[in-house]
Every structure is written in structure tokens, then in C-alpha cells.
Design a protein around this ligand. Structure first.
Ligand code: AMP
Length: 529
């Protein structure tokens, strides 16, 4: 709350611009935003919201979503940002696990909500983020209109005082095995994270900036951008659901965006649009790229062809999410040619607050020589200590959290991800569970054993390859396995190809040797590539 109040007092006339789902472009100031946050908090308290309650959102980046972040958390309740790209069972699971009382939803998600509603156990109503004129026709039994709810609040609401370690946000990650796991962010962790993220070697944000978070607020807090912008007093531009290259280029130029952040897949769309149309990026000076490895070619194109510096960043939902950002030091700023691209392709140096180390399989710390790679462990005030409602801590006795990533650390502090120990695939910034896909595949009567590995993909960064050992005497076709899988998993999870083998390698304890399998298929070309 502090950040927004600060913006309202010190740069209250600065704008927040939103491309809404159905109501065109909306503009107002931080001052107006802060007043509406107070109204929202007061309306929700009148409705019966208590401190600590979980209030969910299914929403794109936009001003009403911003009001929910500050209004709900400022009143002492918890904003649970649900990722609408998860599939139905996961959404039902996390809403029930979080015991969400309300879901605030954009109009894009009416059908999704109708689908999940019968299985939700704690949600009392859905509030649509629109005015009365745009309320959808829906089968949902309990719906409210956001603007009508807000009108019932009072803008002389006084923010309550509470401990800085009070929970403010909740985000579930599906980048783990089993059910998605919840990560709670406190007011303290969010503010400390925003301070560090704003620094010159991280987002390099200031009051003269115009910030465009392309990364969604439901994807690890839009990497803290909606906290950083008010903290420094920068203009904030919210793209709503329009994340294609054409819409982003127009928004960047029309609004004078200087600073943006998103996953590689989104930037591929933008760069393809620029190349096809000969358009440019106006005054954009810095693009933060993370969530998946930024390809060197992408970094080069941004910098060489469009004069936009790239800051490659790495983090996790478990880290609020920032861990490292790649910014030049006095030494690395001197690099040219290949050496410069190689340095920029690294995931960067830890931002202040985060400690990192790499270890071998037995937990012994490894050298920071830029060559030897090991398990990447992190520690710091915005690193998860325990997943939401989990019995066991997520960190070891010394507070280190194992990221599941394999990395090198060099003498100058730059970290580079070289592999992933966790058995999961990241496609376009979203997780695909290899284990769930394998379980779905072995349920087919003609499949004896199945393993799923990630292969590099130019658009989606990674896509799944399914490796199958046919059941004895069987000769299944790719199509019959794919049609079978279609009934079990979301369409975007379907493997891009299936490879039939006689045997899958195993470890001594009977686990599939994914490393050996990845090595065997490292030159395999997916049909869609
Ligand atoms: P999430 O919690 O969905 O943000 O996913 C976090 C995981 O995404 C990390 O543990 C990495 O495996 C991966 N990741 C995030 N950023 C990068 C990056 N810049 N390069 C490579 N992998 C990344």
C-alpha cells in the first residue's frame, strides 16, 4: 500500500493507462487510483471481508486489477492471482486449497468460471471487472458488478496498521511435481523486492519512465512491476489481454513506453511484427526478458536493430519472483562482439537481498569459476520459506531453497542456467508436467513405458517429446496415442512428436534417466520446427 500512497502523494498526477477487455482505453492518475482503492477496501469490508481472507483474481493486467492488489492487501486481506492458463482441474484445486471467498474476473473468463463453478467449495460470488452496462449474461448463480460494488464504498477509508509480515499476495506455481503449490508474499517481502527490482542494475526505473508490464500480474506478480512503478512514480501502461506483436508495438509507441518486461515468446511475436511491417519501438530503452532463457539472437536483434537494451532476468514464483538481472558492470561493459553476447545471454547477477550458491549432489558448495555447474540454491527475504499450508519447510536448516535449476556462477557474480533438475517443461512461459503427460500416456493399452523430455523450440522455448516403449506385440501409431492423450490433457500440453524406442534408460533405483534420454535426443528435430 505504501508504494501507491507514495505515488499518489509525490506524483499523484502521473497516469495509469489500461487497454481494457471491452471498454476501450482507460486513463486516470495515481491520485484517482488511490481514492478508488480506499473505496474498494471499504466496500469489501462492508461486504464482510476480514483480514487474512483470500480474494482471488482471474484478470489481465489492468487498472481494476491494480486496485484489487492495493485495496485488498491494504485492508489486510490476501490477493490470490489465479493463472487462467492453468487447466480446469488445477484452477479448481487452487481456488479450493486457498479457500478463496470471492473471484474478481475479467469478462474473458465467463465460460471458464461457468465451467469450474460447480466444483468450487468456498467461493461466495464472482465479481466482474466492468460497469453495469457490460455485465455478461451468465449461468453463474452469484455475480456482482465491480463498479456497483465500488460505488458502495467510501473514499475516506483509513488504512489499518498491521505487522509488515502480514500476507499480501498468494500465487500458485505449477512448476513443481504434484499439485500446484501456493507461495505467500508478505507486505515486507513485496516492498523489499520492489526496492531491489527498481535499482539501476535491475529494472533501472525512475519517475521519468513509462513502464509496460507485458508479463501478466497472475504470472509471479508481473515480476513486481506494478509495485515498482508507483514506488518510483513512473507512468504505468497495462496491456489488458492484447499481447500480440501488433497491439504491443502500437501501445509502446502511442504511450511512449521506455521500460517493459515479458517472456521470450511474447517478444518473438513483437519482433516478427516489427520485421514484417518495418515499424519500430519508439522510445523503448530497456526490455527485461525472463521466465525462460532469452535466446542470444533475440538479445542481438533488440539491441542491434532497435537500440533497446535487454536485461536478461531469472527468478521464480517462489522468489516474488526476481533473483538475478543481467546488467553490465564496468568490466563487462567493455566487452564487444561474441564475448558481449555471451555475457548478456547469462541470467545475470543476484539483485541485492538474494544470496546464491551452487552445490554438487551431496550438497557441497562448488566453485564460482563460470565452468562447473551444480544445483542452484537461493536465500533471502523474498524467498519462500514454506509453501502455503505445507507441513514441512521448503528450505533447508540454513534457509537455502533449492531452485531445481542447474547453473554456473562466474567470478564476477554472473549466473547462467545450464540445465534443470526438476522434471518439468516450460513452454511459452507456462509449465507442462512431464510426469502427468507420462502417466496419461502409459494409461494407453498399447504403451508399456513412456518418458517425456523437453526439446528446444524457436517459438515456445521448449516443447515436449514423448518417448514410448510399445507394449509387447503392439505397434501403436502416433495418431492413436495423440488422440488418446487429447482426452486426458489440455491441448497445448500435447507432445509435438512421439518417438518409439525399444528401451528407456533407468537409474539404479529404477527412475527414468532423463539426462541420458535428453542426450540421446539432443539432435532430434520436432516436426513443427
Ligand atoms: P516460474 O515460477 O513459473 O516463474 O518459473 C521459474 C522457473 O523458470 C525457474 O526455476 C527456471 O527453471 C525458469 N526460468 C525463469 N527465468 C529463466 C531464465 N531467464 N532462463 C532460464 N530459465 C528461466
Amino acid at each position: 500500500m505504501l508504494g501507491l500512497m507514495h505515488a499518489a502523494r509525490t506524483n499523484g498526477g502521473e497516469e495509469v493507462v489500461t487497454v481494457t477487455v471491452a471498454e476501450g482505453v482507460h486513463r486516470y492518475t495515481y491520485g484517482e487510483c488511490a481514492a478508488r482503492c480506499r473505496k474498494l477496501a471499504s466496500a469489501l469490508e462492508r461486504w464482510g471481508m476480514q483480514q487474512g481472507d483470500r480474494i482471488a483474481t482471474l484478470a489481465w493486467n489492468g487498472y481494476r486489477h491494480l486496485e484489487l492488489w492495493y485495496g485488498v492487501a491494504g485492508a489486510g486481506a490476501v490477493v490470490h492471482t489465479i493463472n487462467p492458463r492453468l487447466f480446469k482441474e488445477q484452477i479448481v484445486y487452487i481456488a479450493n486449497h486457498a479457500e478463496d471467498r470471492l473471484i474478481f474476473a475479467d469478462l474473458s473468463f465467463v465460460a471458464l468460471l461457468e465451467d469450474v463453478w460447480p466444483e468450487l467449495t468456498s467461493v461466495e460470488a464472482v465479481v466482474f471487472l466492468c460497469d453495469e452496462a457490460h455485465m455478461p449474461k451468465t449461468k453463474l448463480p452469484k455475480v456482482m458488478c465491480y463498479e456497483t460494488l465500488l460505488a458502495g464504498g467510501s473514499d475516506d477509508y483509513v488504512w489499518p496498521m498491521f505487522d509488515e509480515r502480514t500476507a499480501a499476495g498468494l500465487c500458485y506455481t505449477s512448476g513443481t511435481t504434484g499439485h500446484p503449490k501456493g507461495v505467500l508474499y508478505t507486505h515486507r517481502s513485496s516492498v523489499l523486492h520492489a526496492y531491489a527490482a527498481a535499482l539501476p542494475d535491475a529494472f533501472d526505473a525512475c519517475a521519468r519512465d513509462i513502464m509496460l508490464p507485458v508479463v501478466p500480474m497472475f504470472h509471479a506478480n508481473a515480476w513486481g512491476m506494478p509495485h515498482v512503478a508507483p514506488l518510483v512514480g513512473a507512468k504505468l501502461v497495462m496491456p489488458g489481454p492484447y499481447l500480440d506483436g501488433k497491439s504491443l508495438q502500437k501501445l509502446i509507441v502511442d504511450e511512449g513506453v521506455t521500460l517493459t518486461a515479458g517472456v521470450p515468446t511474447v517478444w518473438l511475436g513483437l519482433l516478427a511484427h516489427l520485421q514484417a511491417t518495418g515499424t519500430n519501438l519508439g522510445g523503448l530503452r530497456l526490455a527485461v526478458i525472463g521466465g525462460a532463457a532469452a535466446p542470444v539472437s533475440m538479445i542481438e536483434t533488440f539491441e542491434r536493430d532497435y537500440g533497446v537494451r535487454v536485461a536478461h532476468a531469472w527468478g521464480m514464483t517462489e522468489m516474488n519472483p526476481l533473483g538475478t538481472v543481467n546488467g553490465p558492470t564496468r568490466a563487462t561493459a567493455q566487452l564487444t562482439g561474441e564475448a558481449r553476447w555471451a555475457m548478456e545471454a547469462k541470467q545475470g547477477r543476484a539483485i541485492f537481498g538474494i544470496e546464491m550458491k551452487i552445490t554438487d549432489d551431496d550438497g557441497r558448495e562448488l566453485a564460482r569459476d563460470g565452468k562447473v555447474s551444480g544445483h542452484l540454491l537461493v536465500r533471502g527475504p523474498w524467498v519462500v520459506e514454506r509453501y502455503y499450508k505445507a507441513a514441512q519447510p521448503a528450505v533447508d536448516a540454513d534457509g537455502w531453497f533449492d531452485t531445481g535449476d542447474i547453473a554456473t556462477l562466474d567470478t564476477q557474480g554472473y549466473m547462467q542456467i545450464t540445465d534443470r533438475a526438476k522434471d518439468i517443461i516450460k513452454s511459452g512461459g507456462e509449465w507442462i508436467s512431464s510426469i502427468d503427460l507420462e502417466n496419461a500416456a502409459v494409461a494407453h493399452p498399447k504403451v508399456a513405458e513412456a518418458a517425456v523430455i523437453a526439446l528446444p523450440h524457436p517459438k515456445w522455448t521448449e516443447r515436449p517429446l514423448l518417448v514410448v516403449v510399445p507394449a509387447s506385440g503392439q505397434n501403436p501409431s502416433k495418431d492413436e496415442i495423440l488422440s488418446f492423450l487429447e482426452t486426458q490433457v489440455a491441448k497445448w500440453w500435447l507432445p509435438d512428436d512421439i518417438a518409439f524406442v525399444d528401451e528407456i534408460p533407468h537409474t539404479a533405483t529404477g527412475k527414468i534417466q532423463k539426462v541420458a534420454l535428453r542426450e540421446r535426443f539432443k539432435d532430434y528435430k520436432l516436426p513443427t520446427v
